[in-house]
Design a binder for this molecule. Structure first.
Ligand SMILES: Nc1ncnc2c1ncn2[C@@H]1O[C@H](COP(=O)(O)OP(=O)(O)OP(=O)(O)O)[C@@H](O)[C@H]1O
Length: 534
């Protein structure tokens, strides 16, 4: 594992010396690597070589095209004993893990301007256990202005070559998320890292529901490399929807019926600060603010599948996941108890919905996922083909819950995900149908989500990998009764059924048609070893 050491106060070296880089052929010193994972150094060109104090050791430091390596300098033995060479440990960091460089200075009261130079500080992104990323620093101590200036400029040049890293971001923050801590999360954990990375920001704190959507319809996005949202799933989904809607409008696509949507132009970063953070959790493997921020800073990009939801041929919205039946009812009920804390109202709503558990009578038609069709082809052709083929399958009956998910939907209560068999960008959705059963069996199924056991291993649960789904509520019998607190709703447009789309309540009176669109949006996140400078 490449490792950088946290910078510590060390006594700095006097002066410094620049050494000529040796010719490439004999550039790589014979070393004992700190770990077995030495960067492929065979023909690597050495860019700089010099002496710095690192930790408490005076080190021979070598900067090559892909790594920074250092090794403590051992005093020469009068006996010429070379055994100690084997004890010298060489350590290294890969350059792709550095996200900023600063000159390190000490300021005294009298030195208001430039302070005393101590050396260079490198800011590094380290990979920790369980997908966690962590920021760290490495101090290279040397008092020489010339020496440090040469190295500093070389590091700046290296960083400038990471062209996929954002330089300017539009930030949207929902101050009402969860327990209203998004502002604090931003100022304490996100903003300091963005500042260190030298990323310019333009922050909007939303003032009302739907503010992000209306803002992103109009606002100037030229000059931004990405958009970042800080909040929960509802907010992230709103921002993703807004970016995609904007892309359609910019491309002149008719938004009444979107069959082959255009990709969002800017990547989206998702910083988890909500009561549910399923999208951030699925994206990063962990709902961790610093990890999410570092993925943005490092420019790690994941293309992610997105669904379109439409009804009676009319486009409703973009989203990543949906629940109908139990999941929709529980959310609808929770919305009525907004005065409770977010966790309390959701727990309360789930218990109450379980107490009044009832199935939805509906017809479900679905188009199985055709894995042989190339993703590229599907992205360009969209769903035009689907309507004219005869592969649609049909099932009907009484269903307690129907989940349709384009992403794995990892969350604290389902560490493997609500849909563990789907991926962020495999071009398919999981359709999970839970048929009517006793309350106790249904609860057993729900409890399985928290364990590592297969939550679908019940006779009343069916799972399919699909490209499209149509859910058509059939009879009026299970329609919402406005008299019932948890029942169907009387909306301005008549009675409707509650859908839970990415944690947002959507009320629809008739059939809902869900299509998946492969890799429609780029989200910041992903496995760092895949990310190399262009
Ligand atoms: N200033 C605001 N006041 C009220 N609502 C807002 C504001 N800004 C954004 N919203 C709305 O809040 C909704 C939920 O936000 P978010 O997902 O960030 O929080 P959450 O705590 O996870 O929410 P929930 O408890 O609904 O799951 C979003 O749909 C968004 O439109």
């Amino acid at each position: 594992m490449p490792r950088g050491r946290r910078g510590s106060r060390v006594s700095a070296l006097e002066g410094g010396r620049e050494e000529e880089a040796p010719p490439a052929a004999d550039a790589v010193p014979s070393v004992l690597w700190a770990s077995g994972q030495q960067p492929e150094a065979a023909a690597e060109q050495i860019l700089l070589r010099g002496i710095f104090e690192i930790g408490r050791d005076s080190c021979d430091v070598v900067l090559s095209e892909r790594a920074l390596k250092w090794q403590p300098i051992q005093p020469e033995r009068p006996t010429g004993d070379s055994k100690c060479d084997f004890l010298r440990k060489e350590e290294f960091i890969e350059l792709k893990d550095i996200f900023s460089v600063k000159l390190k200075r000490r300021y005294s009261v009298r030195q208001q301007n430039c302070g005393t130079l101590l050396g260079i500080t490198l800011f590094i992104c380290l990979r920790k256990e369980q997908n966690k990323l962590k920021d760290s620093t490495l101090d290279l101590i040397n008092f020489s202005e010339d020496h440090c200036d040469t190295w500093f400029r070389q590091f700046q040049k290296i960083l400038a070559d990471f062209s996929n890293r954002p330089k300017s971001l539009k930030i949207l923050l929902n101050p009402q998320s969860h327990k209203k801590e998004a502002t604090q999360v931003y100022s304490e954990k996100v903003e300091p890292l963005l500042k260190i990375a030298g990323i310019k920001t333009d922050v909007t704190i939303t003032e009302y529901e739907g503010h992000a959507l209306s803002l992103l319809k109009e606002c100037e996005l030229q000059g931004f490399d990405g958009v970042v949202c800080i909040g929960g799933d509802g907010f992230a989904s709103e921002v993703a929807h807004a970016l995609l809607l904007r892309a359609q409008k910019n491309a002149g696509v008719e938004t009444d019926l979107i069959l082959t949507p255009i990709q969002a132009q800017l990547p989206l970063g998702v910083i988890p600060a909500g009561s549910t953070n399923v999208l951030a959790h699925s994206l990063h493997g962990i709902p961790h603010v610093v990890t999410a921020t570092l993925h943005i800073i490092m420019g790690h990009i994941q293309p992610v599948d997105v669904c379109t939801f439409s009804t009676t041929g009319k486009f409703i919205r973009f989203g990543f996941s949906a629940m109908f039946g139990f999941g929709g009812r529980a959310l609808a009920l929770a919305e009525k108890y907004r005065w409770m804390s977010p966790n309390q109202r959701m727990d309360f709503a789930i218990i109450k919905t379980l107490a009044k558990l009832k199935p939805e009578d509906c017809e479900i038609a679905f188009l199985p996922f055709n894995s042989s069709q190339d993703l590229e082809e599907r992205s360009t052709e969209g769903s035009r083909k689907s309507d004219c083929n005869d592969q649609w399958q049909m099932t009907q009956g009484q269903f307690l819950n129907v989940s349709i998910m384009a992403i794995p939907c990892l969350c604290s209560v389902a560490p493997r995900g609500l849909a563990p068999n789907t991926r962020l960008n495999n071009g398919s959705m999981a359709l999970i149908i839970t048929r009517n059963t006793s309350r106790s069996e249904f609860i057993k199924h729900l409890k399985r989500y928290t364990s590592v056991k297969n939550q679908f291993n019940f006779p009343f649960v069916e799972t399919y990998t699909v490209a499209e789904v149509k859910v058509h509520p059939r009879s009026n019998s299970s329609r919402h009764n406005p008299e019932e607190e948890d029942g169907p709703y009387e909306t301005t447009s008549g009675k409707s059924f509650p859908w839970n789309i990415d944690g947002d309540l959507m009320e629809v009176a008739s059939e809902v048609h869900v299509r998946v669109h492969p890799r429609l949006i780029n989200l910041y996140g992903g496995r760092i070893e895949e990310m190399i400078p262009k």
